[in-house]
Design a protein around this ligand. Sequence first.
Ligand code: ADP
Ligand code: MG
Length: 425
Amino acid sequence: MDPLAGIKKIGDLPIENRRLFVRVDFNVPLSTSSLGPGPKTGPSISDDSRIREALPTLKHAMERGAKLIVASHLGRPKPGKKPAKGDAVATEQRGENFTPELSLVPCGARLAELLKVEVIVPEDCIGDGARKVGRDLKSGQVCLLENLRFHPGEEADDDAFAAELASLADVYVDDAFGAVHRAHASVHALPARMREKGCGLLLEKEIAALGKLIESPESPYVAVLGGAKVSDKIAVVEALLEKVGVLVIGGAMANTFLAAKGVDVKASRIEKDKLALARSLLEKAIGKGVEVVLPVDVVVAPSLESTSGQTVDVASIPDGGMALDIGPRTVAAVAERFRGAKTIFWNGPMGLFEKAPFAGGTFGVARAMVESGAFTVVGGGDSAAAVHAAKDGIAERMSHISTGGGASLELVEGKKLPGIEVLRQ
Ligand code: ADP
Ligand code: MG
């Protein structure tokens, strides 16, 4: 099946001169600089990639003369303290979870700079104020609604809250891949009520690339898994064993697999309660004829704080040594499996790549991936960051780097995601 079957693309929707609700993912990292003397500044955006990634869809809609009502969540606002007297009305109007530090106003300002137009941010995402802003929008104008999660109805997938949002717009477009694995009102109950709905350009790219991995991956198919914990990745491993010819396991999770095979990994972190599971996954792989590649050498150091490491064979990890990266012989072994591959999926860094002495394995695997000529997909928040940190134009040469951590893994696990299924006609 075509992964996009039944889903309208923004180009197929009648958005000219209509009020268009665009659900984006502006869940950006924020930093508060309150150091030193002088006035405290509000939170500022430390990485605006997520805003930039939404631009193609927003520009497309503006050029076609839509009236844009852009909406997102930001962070995890929780019910606040009981409002002080006099505050009560204002807080009520802005949602029970109103948290000033998680306002989307800074995102609105950044969006205005990037689009070079005024972006109005009404005080609340629903209610009379938002409705009036929506009604007054002219073709090509943009407003950004306040943080959807200021209202508990968002995370509760509440139908009344969705009805309020629906009253703002005529057409619905979802471009928030990072949010489609959650049945929340703006990506689920809201589109369920809308007749005209579809996906934006970013969501379309995500569904097409990840859908290809699930529906019709070309063989040979090699998957690389790493990262912190086996427990995070059990379902992905199980799903991949059904599809791939080779499964590479690196990163901290490899320690548990090595230990399960009887290797003494010394002070390396392992998940003791997952040893039996690792053993059964390895047996399953044998049953399916999947080759599992584990590290043959690793970079070790006495602690996570160490500033240098030593490369050793996995059989000779010194006492007190922790494996913090895969070694060069392992990278070469992985590169060899990539040669001739048609599809490569990668999730999870091969080591503590945030620190230079332990980044070589991760960057080496990234380089080998783009040099393979295969269809290459990277999923996972830290993995995407690692590919960008690898520099040398490696990120640009990947076929697809997913913008959704949790969502990309759930798709690869073969799950149906609520925010995608609801878009099918
Ligand atoms: P993703 O977000 O791409 O799914 P994970 O969250 O599973 O990836 O794992 C990423 C983290 O795992 C990184 O912060 C990285 O430093 C850490 N990591 C990977 N390998 C090791 C290792 N051998 N020792 C310590 N940390 C590791
Ligand atoms: Mg992560």
